[in-house]
Design a protein around this ligand. Structure first.
Ligand code: NAD
Length: 605
């Protein structure tokens, strides 16, 4: 990830301390100020800073007492939010005297930035604020008060949950011990702890100042937490637009803390990211992309003189019940801006899935062997709200074509965040009637297509080392044997096992894997399914009957798409979708004998 090579450094003197400030990029561009947390120094931002430096004037500083900034004397009382605000203003005066800055804070850097974005004396100096894993102490204080004043079982549970996550805050309030631990054994072990628990890549972070940073930084807690939580300011309203990025795997902060944030922040964009606490180290690409997008949108508004709020992520206009709208908002928080590749996207479940991701604001690659159909989906994706959408023609069963395709995607669009291996074909007919050629075709598409997708795009995700998700379309036929679907069921059972095994393999890399087992879904698959052993005419009849049955069942592919987005959000392992798929799974588990009896039945088509 590299350090801050090429940075221009200077000192800013304020309130008896000397702050070390680093700058990257062209100073005439919009200024982005990155504020680090605890126990960190400005180097925590190096990955993000270097990614932003070609487009912005990037400024980082060591918070007083951290890194190469000096500590106030005495320490007690030297770290109040008021003093930290003085520091921020001094830095901003030095680096961007004429234009407001875009503020980004992580952990305690975010806690203090909330102060900068909500107190009166910084009004006009903050153009936007991106907050990561650090709440406003005032908002937090009001959050606690509300729950304590009007406790319901749910609110009490939320209090207890956050209380349990705050164990380290109590520890830091004890005198002297934290300092001894950080300057001694804890400081030594910390890099390994970060690597193991937080999956922070090893390298030039944390820096050698860690012991001092952590010892001094304990005063951030002691000087502020109790006082503010007991007596939160009555009016901590944000005077700048805020982008809230919430890592879903943050062990220090409950997501519920932000439930009422809209009442304090008139212009709020929410994002979630499946990551742990140290996102600046583990997800610099995604962060840099989101920061850049937010900064650009705010700069565009500022320049056009409009101070309207931005609705970045909703895509299509949400309709339906409040629950549905909440689900759409959650999808948008998670998927906006992500790169999603769907195979078999020309029709059916693939097309519905591509459009659902598009509605959530994702960038979509619609791939299919039917190029014209894929192009239609890409156009519809743009109309549904995708910021970008592309169509690609590829046969997923063709190894060489897939090799080329994966290389092209990486070179032209980047690393895929979510891959949906959906392309598949149907084949009915007894094993004795199925020719080797028919076997080969169904395995090539349904199984090898998934293997190629997982292998090639899984490798790219793993190499990027920033997580991701792979969804494989299996089927209820994967766990329900049937005498008329031997080839199809075999291909889908293999996809299910492949998904389960790969899930175990990729979990340590924060890449989720899901197998979807739809059930009977009304798509065009019935029109193209082959029936082994049947002549042309008989096959056409079978297809018509199947289409009729699927039409009567009439389960829409959009519902499968919704289940796919939800599964990625929740990182589910296996998702049977329709009631019959769920019932079948129960039967296969509780009564394998019953499932075997079922396998002998003559199917309706
Ligand atoms: P569909 O026939 O409507 O769509 C499949 C798409 O995949 C088509 O656009 C087709 O052109 C494309 N495709 C087929 N072979 C391809 C290849 N070799 N390379 C690239 N693209 C190819 O089917 P659907 O019902 O939407 O099915 C999608 C997936 O869901 C399949 O894997 C299917 O097995 C699975 N599934 C469907 C049902 C159902 O009831 N419809 C049930 C269980 C599982």
């Amino acid at each position: 990830m590299g350090g801050l090579t090429g940075a221009r450094e200077r000192s800013v003197h304020t309130g008896g301390v000397e702050l070390r400030v680093a700058e990257l990029g062209d100073a005439s561009r919009p200024t982005v100020v990155l504020v680090h947390g605890y126990p960190d120094s400005k180097e925590v931002w190096s990955g993000v800073a270097t990614r932003l430096a070609d487009r912005y004037h990037v400024v980082l500083y060591d918070v007083r007492g951290h890194g190469r900034s000096t500590a106030p004397r005495p320490l007690r009382g030297g770290f109040t939010l008021e003093k930290l605000t003085d520091d921020f203003l001094a830095v901003v005066d030095a680096v961007s005297p004429d234009a407001p800055v875009h503020l980004v804070g992580h952990d305690w850097g975010s806690v203090q930035s909330w102060e900068f974005a909500t107190v009166e004396r910084t009004r006009g100096r903050v153009a936007s604020f991106t907050s990561l894993s650090g709440p406003s102490l005032d908002h937090f204080g009001h959050w606690i008060k509300k729950r304590a004043a009007r406790p319901t079982p749910r609110r009490l549970a939320q209090l207890v949950n956050q209380g349990a996550k705050s164990w380290y805050v109590y520890m830091l309030h004890t005198p002297v011990l934290p300092e001894l631990a950080w300057r001694g054994p804890l400081g030594k072990r910390w890099p390994r702890v970060l690597e193991r628990l937080e999956k922070v890549p090893a390298g030039d972070y944390p820096t050698s100042s860690l012991g001092n940073d952590a010892a001094h930084g304990a005063w951030l807690y002691r000087d502020n937490v109790r006082a503010r939580l007991r007596h939160p300011r009555p009016d901590p309203y944000a005077h700048a637009p805020v982008q809230l990025i919430t890592p879903t795997g943050d062990i220090f902060l409950s997501q519920r803390l932000y439930d009422e944030l809209e009442s304090w922040v008139p212009q709020l964009v929410r994002r979630t990211i499946p990551a742990k606490h140290w996102v600046p180290r583990t997800r610099p690409d995604q962060l840099a992309a989101w920061i850049g997008e937010f900064v650009d949108s705010q700069e565009a508004l500022r320049q056009s003189g409009r101070a309207t709020s931005l609705t970045l992520v909703e895509g299509g206009r949400p309709r339906g019940s409040a629950r549905r709208r909440a689900a759409l908002a959650r999808y948008a928080e998670r998927f906006a801006g992500q790169l999603v590749l769907v195979t078999g996207a020309a029709g059916g479940i693939g097309r519905a899935t591509a459009l659902a991701f598009a509605t959530a604001g994702a960038r979509v690659i619609a791939a299919d062997r039917d190029g014209a159909g894929a192009a239609g989906t890409a156009r519809a994706a743009l109309a549904a709200g995708a910021p970008r959408a592309w169509a690609e023609t590829v046969d997923v069963g063709d190894e060489q074509a897939m090799d080329k395709f994966a290389a092209k995607v990486a070179a032209e669009y980047g690393t895929v965040d979510v891959l949906v291996n959906n392309a598949g074909i149907g084949l009915s007919g007894s094993l004795l009637d199925t020719t080797p050629e028919e076997w080969r075709r169904v395995l090539d598409v349904n199984l090898w297509g998934v293997i190629h997708g997982c292998r090639l795009f899984g490798r790219q995700m793993a190499d990027r080392n920033q997580g991701g998700h792979i969804v494989n379309l299996a089927s209820a036929a994967a766990y329900l044997p049937s005498k008329t679907l031997p080839a199809y069921s075999t291909s889908k059972a293999a996809v299910l096992m492949l998904s389960e095994s790969l899930r175990a393999e990729l979990a340590p890399r924060s890449i989720g894997v899901t197998a979807i087992c739809p059930g009977i879904v009304n798509t065009g698959i019935t029109r193209t399914s082959r029936f082994a052993g049947a002549g042309k005419e008989e096959e056409a009849k079978h297809q018509q009957r199947a289409a009729k049955l699927y039409g009567v069942r009439n389960y829409p592919p959009e519902k499968v798409a919704d289940a796919i987005l939800r599964a990625v959000l929740d990182n589910s392992a296996v998702v049977p979708v329709t009631p019959e798929a769920r019932g079948g799974r129960l039967l296969a588990r509780l009564s394998p004998k019953g499932a075997r009896a079922f396998a002998r039945l003559n199917p309706p088509v």
